[in-house]
Design a protein around this ligand. Structure first.
Ligand SMILES: [Zn+2]
Length: 161
């Protein structure tokens, strides 16, 4: 069963409205003393307004440095990219791969991940889980990342938001 892409888009627009860029240290998970989070803030310093899709290349491997406010800022562009990129869905695509990793932490990182996702509502978390369900319907993602996708779904559905 393939979920309807149009339907996912509509739901995404409702659940993840474009938000203003978080100011200063509110962008990153660690506020002081973390060189990675500082690097991320620097990398994004030149971006103003809504998060642009071109910047996914900058942040896809630094998702764990975003605060939940920062994550909510990048989500509209990120989800649009994943749901909208037809060509990528049967082949490896690092942005999608790292997105899955970000939501499928090993047990020892689950607590930290939950605190990073602090500002996301239950319906936002369920929607991300639904996107993973949808990705699982593509042979490539099911075959190469089936286990991560399963772990992500279980993880997201069990967070008490
Ligand atoms: Zn950090």
């Amino acid at each position: 069963m393939q979920m309807d892409r149009e339907h996912l888009f509509k739901e995404m627009d409702e659940l993840f409205p474009k938000v203003v860029k978080p100011k200063g240290i509110s962008m990153s998970f660690h506020k002081i003393g973390c060189i990675h989070c500082e690097e991320l803030r620097k990398d994004l310093a030149h971006v103003n307004g809504a998060f642009p899709e071109e910047e996914l290349r900058t942040i896809y491997d630094e998702l764990s440095c975003l605060s939940s406010e920062g994550l909510l800022w990048v989500m509209p562009a990120y989800l649009k990219y994943i749901i909208g990129t037809e060509a990528s869905l049967e082949s490896d695509e690092v942005e999608i791969e790292f997105f899955i990793y970000n939501f499928s932490p090993e047990l020892k990182y689950q607590k930290e991940t939950i605190s990073r996702l602090g500002s996301l509502s239950k319906s936002q978390l369920s929607f991300i889980s639904k996107v993973f369900e949808w990705l699982s319907s593509f042979t490539y993602w099911r075959e190469w990342h089936g286990e991560d996708l399963e772990r992500a779904k279980v993880f997201l559905n069990n967070i008490d938001a």
